[in-house]
Design a protein around this ligand. Structure first.
Ligand SMILES: Nc1ncnc2c1ncn2[C@@H]1O[C@H](COP(=O)(O)OP(=O)(O)OP(=O)(O)O)[C@@H](O)[C@H]1O
Ligand SMILES: Nc1nc2c(c(=O)[nH]1)N=C(CO)CN2
Length: 166
């Protein structure tokens, strides 16, 4: 089993229901277990082209026997099943699933770029990620001093996933 970290974000429609639906779908993936889920973080839209609602972001740690490309395929499938439409670059979306980290795997391709190149720059990823890995982690990343924490004023903890998403 490999450990995989996904980043989820939603800022269109009912953000609570969207995160619930995505987590339910992840829990039904074959050969995969959801090991832990970060708190829900409300974050100002970062690097977007228009006026948008705040995001709700979480990170999810999975254990899986799926390959990196199968995990990506599952993420894209969940986005599609939830009705995601891609029109504008970084437009508002009901669900975005990013493969942030996959244990023992690095690939720099447009179709699958892992570790995700934005991790250290994005407060909306760093806050939930640091909750999953408060100390050392198996991915060789030191999140604690990442530059993205400078945007921490725009990040608010909504609550534990257990409370908010049950
Ligand atoms: N690590 C990754 N996780 C998810 N998708 C990836 C990854 N690396 C490359 N991709 C590719 O990116 C495409 C998804 O782009 P999408 O429109 O969701 O980008 P975005 O989420 O808006 O931007 P960003 O990647 O900056 O967060 C997918 O078709 C996928 O093939
Ligand atoms: N706060 C926040 N901003 C974003 C997010 C996101 O998940 N949260 N996702 C983006 C494109 O993937 C662009 N900007």
């Amino acid at each position: 089993m490999k450990r995989v970290v996904l980043g989820l974000g939603t800022n269109l429609g009912d953000r609570r229901e969207n995160l619930r639906a995505a987590l339910a779908a992840l829990s039904h993936l074959p050969k995969t277990e959801v090991e832990s889920v970060s708190s829900v973080w409300q974050t100002a839209p970062f690097d977007v082209p228009d006026e948008q609602q705040d995001y709700w972001n979480i990170c999810v740690l999975l254990k899986t026997e799926l390959s990196p490309s199968a995990v990506l395929g599952a993420c894209l499938g969940i986005e599609a099943a939830m009705g995601r439409v891609r029109e504008i670059y970084h437009g508002a979306r009901c669900m975005d699933l990013d493969v942030l980290l996959y244990e023992g795997f690095t690939q720099r391709e447009k179709e699958l770029n892992v570790p995700h190149p934005g991790i250290l720059e994005r407060a909306f990823v760093l806050f939930p990620l640091l909750e999953l890995f408060p100390e050392k982690n198996a991915f060789g990343f030191d999140f604690a001093d990442a530059p993205g924490f400078k945007d921490g004023d725009d990040v608010q903890r909504v609550g534990a996933a257990k409370e908010i998403l049950n």
